[in-house]
Design a protein around this ligand. Structure first.
Ligand code: GLC
Length: 425
């Protein structure tokens, strides 16, 4: 059995991390699933490996962007489904040091982020479309081979060897790079027709034992298809409506992962990039439902962040500079939210944060808050907001009983999401 510990407090205090999806798929720039979804055979995919040369790669710039955006941890794809490894692994030649770039890219990223005081997380793909022993299944690039050919090919593939390969690599990752805070396995897809893969294919129990043995304090995600009471719950591109609960109905520790544009790997031609305001709201929405946000960047094949990603990261930086107090150490607020608002709450300081998504004219009515607030201010500039309780106008009750009414300035502060900080009694 694993000896995993509870998810540490730094993680739920941090609330905000950077996901990084980087691999050979940044060259075709058509989604990180390209090799699998387009059924690209090994010899065709080879061109990317032969030419991969991120000549503009400056991990210190990445780390500086993450830090400025207020991100407290990061999780990087050490290997994605394509099978390419960013580090100098002993167990395959399909690795960054063997491409024209000629180096252990992972080491440089880890060093740069750690130097900024950012916690380190590794994503490791359970799926591997490069490994010769990984059997052809429903997602594999060779899935459309005629059935007899597929069966003959699979007869030569040995998942036991692949399981050992994963253990060897995970051992490298958790031994050679210092303290690793998070391990993000991705992902399981058991299927009744046997065309998927799950915990037996990975030996999830064995992997967990190995991981917790090497790094007892590490956080592991919940994608191993195996019960682990300490697993981090990881909804993907989905913001839950309510706080996420575990099987016993208690609040779960969860982290939503989201993209700037829809795909995780760099996708040049995508048009669905979120606006800076949407990105900021996503962060607030996650914290307001008691979760973390892991926001993804897919660097280009030359090693840079795309200008659209930079635009959003800079927007985070600007907003967080004045408003991070409504994020760090905050979570679900046990109060009914006002119209057009999202709340977060810091239980230690007993402050409630009202994120005003839609700035009303002058009066913002907060249900159930009468009698509970001793002071209110705009968070970003610390300027007082006056308020009244059970307010009346012209002798007639203007709001139902129990409401607290904030008297807002007519002009909304110039920021994508203004925040009012309430000091509760
Ligand atoms: C998925 C995808 C993948 C991405 C990940 C992030 O399961 O397969 O490409 O890395 O989720 O959550």
């Amino acid at each position: 059995m694993n000896t995993g510990k509870k998810i540490p407090e730094w993680f739920t205090d941090a609330r905000f991390g950077m996901f990084i999806h980087w691999g050979l798929y940044s060259m075709p720039a058509r989604h990180e699933w390209f090799r699998g979804s387009q059924n690209v055979p090994d010899e065709k995919y080879r061109i990317y490996f032969d030419l991969f040369d991120p000549d503009l790669f400056q991990p210190k710039l990445w780390a500086a962007k993450a830090k400025a955006a207020g991100m407290k941890y990061f999780v990087i794809t050490t290997k994605h489904h394509e099978g390419f490894c960013l580090w100098d692994t002993k167990y395959t030649d399909f690795k960054a040091p063997n491409t024209p770039c000629g180096k252990d890219l992972l080491r440089e990223v880890v060093d740069a982020f750690r130097a900024e005081g950012i916690h380190v997380g590794f994503y490791y793909s359970l799926i591997d479309w490069n490994h010769p022993d990984f059997t052809i299944d429903c997602f594999h690039p060779y899935k459309n081979l005629p059935p007899e050919e597929k069966a003959a090919a699979n007869a030569k593939r040995d998942m036991a060897k692949y399981r050992q390969y994963m253990k060897n690599q995970v051992t490298e990752l958790l031994t050679n790079y210092g303290k690793i805070d998070i391990l993000w396995f991705d992902f399981s897809y058991p299927r009744d027709d046997g065309n998927g893969k799950g915990h037996d294919d990975w030996d999830s129990a064995g992997l967990l034992d190995l991981v917790y043995g090497l790094q007892p304090d590490i956080i592991v995600d919940n994608r191993l298809d195996y019960p682990n009471p300490y697993a981090l719950v990881t909804p993907e591109q989905y913001t839950p409506a309510e706080p996420v609960l575990d099987e016993d109905g208690n609040p779960a520790v969860w982290e939503g992962c989201q993209t700037f544009s829809g795909s995780w790997g760099y996708h040049r031609d995508e048009t669905s990039w979120k606006t800076p305001k949407m990105c900021i709201q996503l962060l607030i929405d996650h914290v307001a439902r008691g979760g973390n946000l892991l926001m993804n960047v897919g660097p280009t094949s030359r090693g840079t962040f795309d200008y659209r990603a930079i635009e959003c990261l800079d927007a985070y930086a600007e907003w967080m500079a004045g408003n991070s107090r409504s994020i760090y150490g905050c979570g679900y607020a046990p109060f009914k939210e006002a119209d057009g608002c999202r709340y977060t709450y810091n239980a230690k300081t007993n402050r409630l944060y009202v994120h005003v998504y839609s700035w009303p004219f002058h009066h913002l009515h907060l249900p159930e808050m009468a009698g509970k607030v001793k002071y209110a201010q705009i968070l970003a500039d610390g300027s007082e907001i006056t308020f009244s309780e059970n307010a009346e106008s012209c002798g007639r009750t203007a709001t139902p009983k129990g409401y607290l009414t904030l008297h807002l300035p007519d002009l909304a502060p110039k920021t994508p999401v203004p925040v009012i900080e309430l000091f509760l009694k």
